[in-house]
Design a binder for this molecule. Structure first.
Ligand code: SF4
Length: 308
């Protein structure tokens, strides 16, 4: 296959999943570079960083850190990063902080000891599949397995299939591991954190499906480029059903035009270095108030320490 045109010179699995879900969603994320300003991605990033902190230490010491130390990492990061959040999605910042600390405690007390000695954390990679460059990061590697951490603040188990997930297939291929897994964390029906580790095996059939998905996505993007535009209408919108709302719903249905290559040079000429923009400005007075309120919260650090 000849080299494909891409908005950036590479793809990621999340871009491929967006393209499969809705071309317009892909367009907002990867061509215009619209960043979500909601709490969910910020929360996920802070929770990932806390676990990374523990496992990076474990690589050198062979031990997990005390629960309270990992919780403190979450809290310190949260106090900094919460200033970036403009949409709390109806949640109270103090409750989000407490939930994060509870997730960290759950992971450290119920999941960390079941994971074999780590060999790498937050491992970056790039690879070429059928002429298309893919880039990404793997959360946690051991001698036998690559793990991906997932956090959900909404009640109920995540709808992820460990046996077919494309991200995990890519990890297995890139890191030459047969075994892959998710460390899943979600909110139980009783309002308390829940979680589990699930693993699966990957083989040649999975890699073939991955290759096909990468090629199909890149070819579709190529076709859109040749056509000169991405979808202008939201006729096939899946973004407001089953209680889940697409993060681009307001933007998408606000009459925002997807520009045409022929008529909007600004977007189409900056595709390899597009500017990031945030949809809304936030009132700084509100931000300071949230920060002050958070500092008043009593710590909820788990007092139970791990037995080593
Ligand atoms: S709101 Fe609907 S059409 Fe628009 S990006 Fe989201 S899923 Fe796609």
């Amino acid at each position: 296959m000849s080299e494909l045109w891409l908005p950036k010179p590479h793809l990621s699995i999340s871009q491929i999943k967006s393209m499969e879900f809705c071309e317009r969603k892909y367009y907002f994320q990867s061509v215009e570079g619209v960043k979500s300003d909601g709490i969910a991605p910020v929360f996920g990033g802070i929770a990932h960083a806390a676990l990374e902190f523990n496992y990076a230490n474990k690589i050198t010491t062979g031990h997990d850190l005390p629960v309270s130390v990992v919780q403190k990492h979450f809290r310190d990061n949260f106090l900094i990063k919460q200033k970036e959040v403009t949409d709390w999605e109806g949640r109270n910042p103090a409750d989000v902080l407490k939930l994060g600390e509870a997730f960290v405690a759950f992971h450290m007390l119920h999941m960390a000891l079941t994971i074999p000695q780590p060999t790498a954390v937050e491992q970056s990679f790039e690879t070429i599949i059928n002429g298309v460059k893919l880039v990404g990061f793997a959360d946690l590697l051991t001698d036998s397995t690559v793990y991906d951490h997932k956090f959900s603040m909404t009640p109920g188990k995540q709808k992820l299939n460990v046996d077919t997930d494309m991200q995990l297939s890519l990890y297995a291929k890139v890191f030459n591991k047969e075994k892959v897994g998710f460390n899943l964390h979600w909110l139980g029906d009783n309002g308390k954190p829940a979680g589990t580790t699930v693993t699966s095996i990957r083989g040649l059939d999975d890699f073939k499906k991955l290759d096909e998905a990468v090629t199909a996505c890149a070819t579709k993007i190529d076709a859109n480029k040749n056509k000169g535009d991405f979808p202008k209408t939201a006729f096939a919108c899946k973004g407001k059903k089953s209680g889940w709302v697409c993060e681009f719903y307001d933007l998408c249905w606000s009459g925002h035009k997807v520009p045409n290559k022929a008529t909007d040079e600004r977007v189409w000429n900056t595709l390899n270095g597009f500017e990031k923009r945030r949809p809304a400005d936030v009132d700084n007075a509100d931000k300071d108030k949230v920060f002050d309120d958070l500092l008043k919260i009593e710590t909820t650090y788990e007092t139970v320490e791990l037995p080593f």
